[in-house]
Write a protein that binds this ligand. Structure first.
Ligand SMILES: [Mg+2]
Length: 379
């Protein structure tokens, strides 16, 4: 029998835009940048939005393939739907594109549940533990110029003037260059600013250890993805043989993908991405597992306002780890690299002069999607 929350349609949107200035991380250049948003509508006309991390033209067909399994189901049965989708493709898609597609559907179902009940997602999750979080600025990518230290310093000055107190530098350009770049960047921003480094698994364990040791005096909060995500023994080596806390997990998927990282204590800080690891439902389970093992969680975020809002609702309920009168709450990753689709198609939260972001308070995710922009960027 049809309920008001019976799912009527699941529609993937592939969105793409050219970048005014290309940028690179240690694995590839970006000349275009896109997003894959999923629109789920119910019999009563509620629209929920989800998003998948990963190449939009590859995740969208997976969503389209899964859609018939979702249409006709009750959107409130998020857990049942998640399990049905994962189990249907378990033999073929335990990580990567399939789990990213499931993530997008799951996020949209949480958006619907919030709108159907008139509650923000973080209240459905039992929160809030906190109503605002401190943000760190991701950016500082490589450009097609030679004056890397100069434009990175300019970008840092801009972010600091906007209120951010934590900055994450992209590295992975070669050991000697990384050491010089990191030392120059710390000198440019001064001693009072939080600094993280992220080489996007550009190194093997030995090189990562040499890099970490060479910049360990620069007060670096974490060293992100030092080695490839499959190399858990490499993570353990890097963690043991250089002093900077190790972070990783944006390329790990679902509870089973994080289980070994957690049990073996491969990282000090886990970074599941809500649009990749299995959605809001799965990230909460991963965070609770991490809590039981004393591992901190700082979600990875690199998408539009949909992924940002989903992450903020989770950040509202992630446990302080460890708890105490003066805990160290999780930080919000605020990607400031160019993303025309994000900027024009979705609403983004504001950063305060103190570098803080409020958790959305409207029903559901609390994010608005501009349909004219969806048409403009449709690929
Ligand atoms: Mg990263």
């Amino acid at each position: 029998m049809s309920k008001p929350t019976t799912i009527r349609a699941v529609v993937p949107h592939v969105l793409m835009a050219d970048l005014a200035e290309p940028f690179a991380y240690s694995q590839a250049w970006y000349r275009r940048r896109g997003a894959m948003l999923v629109e789920v509508t119910t019999a009563e006309g509620i629209t929920g939005w989800g998003e998948a991390f990963g190449p939009p033209e590859l995740t969208a067909p997976v969503v389209a393939w899964l859609a018939p399994l979702v249409v006709g189901q009750d959107a409130m049965a998020r857990e049942a739907i998640w399990q049905a989708l994962y189990n249907r493709l378990r033999d073929h898609g335990q990580r990567g594109l399939v789990v990213e597609a499931i993530s997008a559907i799951d996020i949209a179902l949480w958006d619907i549940a919030g709108q159907a009940t008139g509650l923000p997602v973080h209240r459905l999750l039992g929160g809030p533990l906190r109503t605002e979080v401190e943000a760190y600025a991701t950016g500082f990518y490589r450009r097609e110029r030679d004056d890397h230290a100069d434009y990175l310093a300019e970008e840092a000055a801009q972010r600091l003037s906007e209120g951010y107190r934590w900055l994450k530098l992209k590295t992975g350009w070669g050991l000697a260059e990384d050491i010089a770049l990191t030392r120059g960047f710390r000198a440019a921003i001064g001693p009072g600013v939080g600094l993280m480094i992220d080489c996007n698994h550009a190194y093997d364990a030995g090189t990562a250890i040499a890099y970490g040791c060479a910049v360990a005096d620069l007060d670096i909060a974490w060293f992100e993805e030092p080695v490839p995500p499959e190399d858990l023994d490499g993570y353990l080596e890097v963690k043991a043989r250089q002093p900077i806390p190790v972070a990783g997990g944006e390329a790990a998927f679902a509870r089973w993908g994080f289980r070994d990282m957690i049990v073996r204590r491969c990282a000090d800080i886990l970074q599941p991405d809500v649009a990749a690891c299995g959605g809001i439902s799965e990230l909460k389970k991963i965070a609770d597992m991490a809590s039981a093992f004393g591992v901190r969680v700082n979600p990875h975020v690199w998408g539009t306002g949909v992924a940002m809002a989903a992450s903020l609702h989770l950040l509202a309920v992630l446990p302080d780890n460890p708890p105490g009168l003066f805990p160290r709450p999780p930080l919000l990753e605020f990607d400031r690299s160019p993303h025309p689709v994000r900027d024009e198609a979705t609403t983004m939260p504001a950063v305060s002069a103190e570098g803080r972001v409020r958790v959305p308070e409207g029903p559901g995710l609390g994010v608005a999607v501009d349909r004219a922009a969806l048409r403009r960027f449709a690929a």
